[in-house]
Design a protein around this ligand. Structure first.
Ligand code: F0G
Length: 404
């Protein structure tokens, strides 16, 4: 299908411009991934004051490809940005905020991109929407495909997907296919399969329409804070989201809506941290890891497809990439739940774990946002947290005794 008016599809490798969406969303010239470029320059008024503010992601329709009236939507976006009540004080960062993306319709930030990409897929006449996934993309795709009355198939690393996410994909009626290997192999097979068949339509984040929806989190953060934060911490897996967040903040600056951009800090799990490794080496190339392993199954990824975009985001924003241990991730998950009242899945706790490590390098006056990407109900708790059994009360007297 023809690229929408006002938009250009360009290869991030060779720069070739395309006039229609290619299968599997890779460059027919060099095989690299693609990005959508917008030729418009919306003003703050056009971007932030549309008539229907309850549209959430689609309220930024001026700057995303697609028509709100034709969108496949569950009213995604518009997630809260509470200020920290406890951890910020402890870390010496009184202006710490949490962007709670777990409050999206299927419990993760994936819904922002899925509404745009599934709408595009339906318009293109696609029949079967497919993705490889560590779980959240599968859950989101399954829900939006159900709404669009399209078939969805999700390709999953066997035994490595959190039960809550599997339940979502099953409940929404997606076809589940397991690959006896990790996410990287699942994605490799998926991209090859889509390239070979006209009936399949790729819904991973190398589909650039997903990035256009996901970038709206940057617009929201700016609107909610009424300023550009100094730092944004977020987890990095396949590296689509850091690319999207960067695109959003960069566009705001390029359009003259804002005067600066935040430093983006991409946090990976130590056992799956090829982007952090490249950053620390000062390299402009990410070397894939063969057997990534981490308790944060959502970001258990060794060969991130959007690595070029991620390095661009880190460099362009003056940010960094870093790795944190599984223990630090679990501690941060617990702190968010027990001290802030925000329950997130393991991967989503990585930003706070990263922030804890580098807090000394951040000025006290800085405004810091941690993007908490997915809901805690999706992921099982570590066994060590569930050892305490509930006490039993058979009558009110006994209950009082237990409580006082
Ligand atoms: N946080 C959560 C909860 C995720 O599910 C993911 C990715 C990320 C962070 C990282 O985002 O890949 O764009 O760098 N989940 C994908 C999936 C891989 O299949 O659900 P990324």
């Amino acid at each position: 299908m023809k690229v929408p008016d006002g938009w250009t599809l360009a290869c991030v490798g060779c720069g070739r411009k395309l006039h229609s969406d290619p299968g599997a969303f890779t460059c027919p010239n060099c095989g690299d991934i693609l990005e959508l470029l917008f030729s418009g320059r919306p003003s703050a008024d056009e971007l932030f004051k549309p008539k229907n503010a309850s549209l959430r992601v689609w309220r930024y329709a001026r700057a995303i490809p697609g028509e709100p009236s034709k969108a496949v939507t569950l009213n995604e976006g518009g997630t809260p940005l509470p200020k920290s009540v406890s951890l910020g004080r402890e870390l010496g960062l009184p202006n710490l905020f949490f962007k709670v993306e777990g409050q999206n319709p299927t419990g993760s930030f994936k819904d922002r991109g899925m509404t745009v990409a599934v709408s595009r897929a339906r318009e293109s006449g696609a029949k079967v929407l497919v993705c490889a996934s560590t779980g959240n993309t599968a859950a989101s795709l399954a829900a939006y495909a159900a709404r669009a009355d399209l078939k969805a198939a999700v390709i999953l690393p066997s035994g490595k997907v959190a039960t809550g996410k599997l339940a979502q994909a099953i409940a929404h009626g997606a076809r589940l296919i397991q690959v006896d290997d990790g996410f990287d192999r699942a994605l490799e097979l998926t991209v090859k399969a889509v390239a070979e068949s006209d009936e399949l339509y790729l819904m991973n984040s190398i589909n650039p329409y997903r990035i256009e929806g996901q970038k709206t989190v940057a617009f929201e953060i700016y609107e909610q804070l009424q300023r550009v934060p100094d730092y944004v911490f977020l987890p990095v897996g396949n590296a689509g989201n850091i690319s999207a967040v960067w695109k959003g903040f960069k566009e705001l600056r390029d359009w003259g809506v804002t005067a600066s951009v935040p430093r983006l800090v991409g946090v990976q799990a130590a056992g799956a941290s090829p982007v952090a490794e490249a950053f620390e080496r000062g390299s402009r190339k990410v070397r894939p890891w063969r057997s990534p392993e981490t308790v944060a199954s959502a970001i258990r990824i060794g060969n991130p497809m959007s690595w070029k975009k991620a390095l661009r985001a880190i460099e362009g924003s003056g940010g960094r990439a870093m790795a944190v241990s599984d223990e630090e991730i679990l501690q941060a998950r617990r702190e968010l739940a027990s001290r802030e009242g925000v329950f997130v899945e393991n991967a989503s706790a990585a930003p706070l774990a990263g922030l804890r490590r580098v807090k000394e390098e951040i000025g006290r006056d800085s405004t810091v946002v941690c993007i908490l990407t997915g809901h805690g109900l999706k992921d099982k708790l570590p066994a060590s947290w569930t050892r305490t059994r509930p006490q039993v009360a058979t009558g009110a007297k006994e209950l009082v005794k237990l409580l006082t």
